[in-house]
Design a protein around this ligand. Structure first.
Ligand code: B4P
Length: 190
């Protein structure tokens, strides 16, 4: 299996690039953000709890997110592989992902970080907020999401860096140009 972690701050283009990667490599897309928004939409107990946290721009507790991931991994085990979009977001989630994949005799091949400056992230997310009405795409929540990313999520790069699995990609430019950079990384994996 080819298992890829697509990483980067909110608004760096993870969801956008994931769509293209899954088409080219036929991978299963797991976006914890999408899974959580689905729970919110269906007004499940989990969704009602998550909505408040997401609207503040904080991270949903690890055990909730890990439970969702484990379920998806089992459902699609033995397939061509996964793209993890927006997960892991804490070192604890990264450790749990490793355990869950090891249980399936699998591992993460690479973690690709999309690098985009803060001003550009804010600009993109404000634009999406206007276009889609997504409730966490407002200035106050965006700023908190970026702060939370820097504080709680960025250390995950060191976790994969120690295993020599961390690669960075310039996330500025057209969607196609950025995709070409990502493909170059994936196609150069041993
Ligand atoms: P996510 O859904 O992961 O949201 P996100 O970080 O904003 O990224 P997204 O994928 O949506 O945006 P993208 O960068 O593609 O998380 C939302 C919330 O859920 C979190 O704040 C947290 O509360 C919770 N959550 C999710 N996962 C969790 C976890 N593992 N643990 C705990 N909590 C979790 O794109 C943004 C915009 O940029 C789009 O409008 C896009 O069109 C635009 N764009 C993309 N590429 C561009 C380019 N090259 N140029 C210009 N614009 C571009």
């Amino acid at each position: 299996m080819l298992n890829i972690v697509l990483f980067g701050p909110p608004g760096s283009g993870k969801g956008t690039q994931s769509e293209k990667i899954i088409r080219k490599y036929n991978l299963v897309h797991i976006s914890t953000g999408d899974l959580l928004r689905e729970e919110v939409k269906n007004q499940t107990e989990l969704g009602n709890k998550a909505k408040e946290i997401m609207d503040r721009g904080e991270l949903v507790p690890d055990d909730i997110v890990i439970g969702m991931i484990r379920k998806k991994l089992v459902e699609h085990a033995g397939g061509p592989g996964f793209i993890f979009d927006g997960f892991p977001r804490t070192v604890e989630q990264a450790r749990e992902l490793r355990k869950a994949l090891t249980d399936l005799d699998e591992r993460v091949a690479v973690m690709i970080s999309l690098e985009v400056p803060r001003e550009e992230l804010v600009k993109r997310l404000l634009k999406r907020g206007v276009e889609t009405g997504r409730s966490d795409d407002n200035l106050q929540t965006i700023n908190n999401r970026i702060d939370v990313y820097n504080r709680q999520t960025l250390p995950v790069t060191r976790y994969y860096g120690k295993m020599r699995k961390h690669r960075t990609v310039d996330g500025i430019g057209t969607v196609d140009r950025i995709f070409d950079r990502i493909v170059a990384v994936i196609d150069n994996l041993n």
